[in-house]
Design a protein around this ligand. Sequence first.
Ligand SMILES: Cc1ncc(COP(=O)(O)O)c(C=O)c1O
Length: 442
Amino acid sequence: MSEIATSSPNNLDAFWMPYTANRQFKANPRMLVGAKGMHYTNSEGQQILDGTAGLWCCNAGHAQLRITEAVSRQIAEMDYAPAFQMGHPKVFELAARVTAMLPNGLDHMFFTNSGSESVDTALKIALAYHRARGDGARTRLIGRERGYHGTGFGGISVGGIVANRRTFGTMLSGVDHLPHTHLPEKNAYSRGLPEHGAELADELERMVALHDASTIAAVIVEPVAGSTGVLLPPKGYLERLRKICDAHGILLIFDEVITGFGRLGASFATEYFGVQPDMLTVAKGLTSGTIPMGGVVCSKEIYDTFMTGPDNMIELFHGYTYSGHPVAAAAALATLDCYKEDGLFERANDLAPYWEEAVHSLKGEPHVIDLRNLGLIGAIELEGIPGKPTARAFDAFLKCYEKGVLIRTTGDIIALSPPLIVEKSHIDQIFDTLRMVLSEID
Ligand SMILES: Cc1ncc(COP(=O)(O)O)c(C=O)c1O
C-alpha cells in the first residue's frame, strides 16, 4: 500500500487547476497566501486589492471575524450532521432568514454546496413539479445564449457559453435557448440598464409556437449575466419574460448566484427589478465565499405541490451529503449578520453612483469599446487583437496583478465586482490602475 504523503517537494504538477491555463500558470504562478478586508496577500508579500470579491463571492470582505469565529465554534460544537432524515437547528434558521429577505411567496429553501448544484437542483425540481401536478409532458428547459449556470450537465445544457459546452457531448436533450441581450450597436456605453432589447424576450413566444407550451417546463436566466462578461437586461425585458411564462404555465427561474446578497445594492435581483421568479438559485455570497454552500428558493406553490401523498414518503428524491452542512450554515448565518449589522446592501446602493462614474471614466481610453455597470458590477469591453481573442484582456489582468489589483477577465471583457465593504479610495485605485494598464498594453 502506498504511504500517505506528509510532505512533498514544492511541485505544482499534481493539481489540475480548474478554468485555468495550467501550463501557463505553473510556469509563472500567482499564489495567494492571505486575505483580510479588501486585500489578498501573495507569496511575495505583496498586497493585492480585491476588485472581484474572489470569484463574485466574498461580498462581506475577507476574514470577517464574526464569520471566522462562528465557523470555528460550529466545528467544535458539531462538525457534521446527516442531511437525510435528520436535522440541526441552524439550517432551519438559515432557510427562514433567507426566505424572510425575499418577497412573500418565495417561502422554501433547498440546500446545495455550489451554484452548479443549485442550478441542477432547480431544473430537477421544475421537472418533478410539473409531473407531480399531472403535467409530466412539460420536460423542455429553456436557457439563453451566453448564459452561465455552472458546470453540471444541467447547467451547461441550459447555459450558452460555447467553450463550456462544445467538448461535452450532447448534454440534456430537449433544451432550447433564447437569444442573448447584448446589442452593442444600440446600447454601447449605457449607464445602468440598456434602453433597447426588451423585445428579445418575445422570442419565448416563438419557442412556445414551435414546441407548444405543454412541453415546456421552465425558463432559466441570470437576471444580470455575469460570467459571460456582464450583460445587463434591457429595460422591461425581465418583466416581459415573466408575463410570457405566466401566460403559458412555464416556471421562471432566476439564477441569482452572483446577483444575490447585495451585489446590485438590494438583497436580490428579484427585489431590485421587482420581478418575482418561481425559483431562484443562490450560492457564493450566501456564505461570503467562506464555506461552500448554495441553495434553491422556491415558491409556496411549488413546495406545496410536493407535500401531498402519504406523509411517510420522501417527497423529492434529491439531496447531497452536505446539503445544509452545519459549518456552512453557521458561516451563512454569521454572513447575514455582517450584511445586516454593517448595512452592506445599502452601502453598495449608496456607492453605486460613484462606481458608475468610475467605470464610465474609462471611455476613450485605448482599446475600450464598451462600458457597462449596475450596482457594484462593472465591465470594460476591449477590442480583441485580431486572431488572438482573449490575449489583450489577459495581458491587462497580468499587468493589474503586478500593480496590486485583482481584476477578472472573460474573453476580452474585464469584469469587476468588489466586496461590498469597498471604499471610494479603493475604487479610485482600481480605476487608476486600469487606466495606466490600458495605456501600457498592446
Ligand atoms: C450565475 C451563476 N450560476 C452558477 C454558477 C456556478 O456556481 P459554482 O461555481 O459555485 O458551481 C455561477 C458561478 O460563477 C454563476 O455565476
